[in-house]
Ligand binder design. Sequence first.
Ligand code: PGA
Length: 240
Amino acid sequence: MKIFVYENREILGKEAAKFIASAIRKNPKLVLGLITGETPLECYKELVRMYQRGEVDFSQVKTFALDEYLELPLSHPYSCKSQLLETLLRYLNIPHKNMHFLDASSPNPASACQAYEEEIKRVGGIDLQLLGIGLNGHLGLNEPGSPFDSRTRIVELTETTKTYLARYFGERVPKKGMTMGLGTIMEAREILLMAHGQAKADIVAKALKGPVTTKVPASILQRHPACTVMLDKAAASRLP
Ligand code: PGA
């Protein structure tokens, strides 16, 4: 793992955007796994600025959302799809057919998960997967206890995750979600994990330097051959 520590989340976001833009310049047909939540916001703002300045072209890029909430219309402002469109995708020149989302409105979400796996395979796999980390060490919605070889599937959210998500959903927090599995994530050719803020310091130290265990799903990343980690000082403050 290559670990980079930056002064604050703004600089982290800019460096992450540069990292992604450089991957797209090397491979204009990059297959990019995208995340939602607080973590990528600075990075996405910078990617939009870079696109507007003509520094990066997304016309051949394909994207796959990492996860989605169930029991929520996809048009809900905090569905992962809406968040990605509003914070990033609508500002870029990615053709709609190249944007992939987990379809939580499918009458058969389990087969939608299966179809997602097949679509990822059909495009040749994910080249660069972005990741954040949950307070309990989850990746996507792979909560503690998720098998390391898990695939895209329906999952129950833990109390920690539901409490965290109340900031978006109030009392109507989704209880379930769809998520790429840890096995799916680990097949990405390259991974960029980002984390900022003091609240993440403990779990970041456990994930990056503690034992590899399903109790801390993100610890599996220690076994990935090409994982870059970008942290701000606060998130890195408990690293040994
Ligand atoms: P956050 O969520 O980006 O809002 O901190 C990360 C996560 O829970 O995976």
